[in-house]
Design a protein around this ligand. Structure first.
Ligand SMILES: *Cc1c(COP(=O)(O)O)cnc(C)c1O
Length: 353
């Protein structure tokens, strides 16, 4: 081992998915594998999610969905972030359900459905306060009516109504929930009866049973990282999936040089005034990080010693005293999602379990 290694525990991931699916039940468990499965690797984690009991997968963009279909996955797939060049026809042909936020987007989807001669499965999105996308409450009736017209014409199936919570505070979530209920009532008035409903991601899916509706879209929790700052993944009965290791490549003057640095996603902010230090497990002892370079970091060995080839664990599940990604997030003023998603893209990746 000469550079960083990322170890992925697929058995832990499947167990997390199983536990989250049980939490969500009877609501359907959708697992998000967007952003290359939060840096873990989309395809192996999509397969493991299905093995663990995910009934549907969220991919963000159509090309990722096409890749999963190409690899033989047959579960429901959901993509909702579209650009001007998104190939809706390919998505419809591949049975990828589409989140739609505006009448312009709806028109493009319907045109594609007509072109490929197959109705599109569409989930209409209402904005309930996040303001990222989704129809505003003012635009919502127009979007629903246009979708109903296309449904009656046979080019579209309203497969669901949905929104996304900001998770800023319980009060914000309660307000968003009320807005979602109002949007459902508006749609019912326009003839959308008994729609499939989904709102919650990891955080509301775990803590707010009334936000689960027909499906929870779990992301980060499935990777063993808590969506909350008052409890970690282990406290939620989840197991961190990613372990980040790198070897010692030099020892001198009471310091060990480890072959992982900022280019590998180690956040230098832990060493700035706002950071609060960082530690790495080396031969069973947590050693303080005293410097971070582009592709190395330095550990203070104190009175201890180290040898070239010793393996440092930057983060992992925490079983042997190594830090977790959540600890790095706290040390660097970041969130666990970012720590794992940025972890070494050049690292050797080892999947096991
Ligand atoms: C990322 C995402 C999720 C999953 O969010 P987590 O907080 O990681 O669980 C669910 N739904 C949408 C629309 C998302 O963008």
């Amino acid at each position: 081992m000469t550079g960083p290694t990322l170890l992925f525990d697929l058995a832990a991931f499947r167990a997390n998915v199983r536990s989250l699916a049980a939490t969500a039940a009877p609501a359907r468990c959708m697992i998000a594998v967007k952003a290359n499965a939060y840096g873990h690797g989309m395809l192996p984690f999509a397969l493991a999610a299905v093995e663990g009991g995910a009934e549907a997968l969220a991919v963000l963009e159509v090309p990722a969905g096409l890749e999963l279909r190409g690899a033989g996955l047959s579960v429901p797939l959901f993509a909702w972030l579209h650009g001007r060049d998104t190939d809706f026809g390919a998505a419809i042909t591949a049975d990828i359900e589409l989140g739609v936020s505006s009448t312009a987007e709806l028109e493009a989807v319907v045109a594609a459905a007509i072109a490929v001669g197959k109705p599109a499965g569409v989930h209409l999105k209402v904005d309930t306060g996040l303001h990222r996308n989704g129809a505003s409450p003012e635009d919502w009736p127009g979007l629903v009516s246009a979708a109903r017209d296309a449904e009656l014409a046979g080019w579209l199936r309203i497969a669901g109504l949905w929104s996304h919570l900001a998770d800023a505070s319980p009060e914000d979530d309660a307000a968003a929930l009320a807005e979602f209920q109002a949007a459902i009532a508006v749609a019912a008035g326009l003839g959308v009866e008994n729609p499939f409903l989904h709102l919650a991601a990891s955080s509301a899916g775990i803590r707010e049973p009334e936000a689960r509706f027909d499906q929870v879209r779990f992301g980060i929790a499935a990777y063993g990282i808590s969506p909350f700052d008052d409890i970690d993944g282990r406290g939620l009965g989840l197991r961190p999936v990613m372990t980040f290791r790198a070897p010692v490549i030099a020892v001198a003057d009471g310091r060990a040089t480890v072959a992982a640095g900022s280019a590998d996603g180690v956040p230098p902010s832990v060493l700035t005034a706002s950071g609060c230090g960082a530690w790495v497990l080396l031969e069973g002892v947590r050693r303080e990080v005293v410097d971070i370079h582009i592709d190395t970091l330095e550990l203070d060995l104190g009175e201890g010693s180290a040898h070239i080839g010793d393996i440092a664990t930057l983060f992992g599940p925490g079983d042997d005293g190594e830090p977790t990604a959540e600890e790095w997030a706290a040390w660097s003023g970041s969130i666990g999602d970012e720590i794992v998603a940025r972890a070494s893209t050049r690292a050797e990746r080892v999947y096991r379990g």
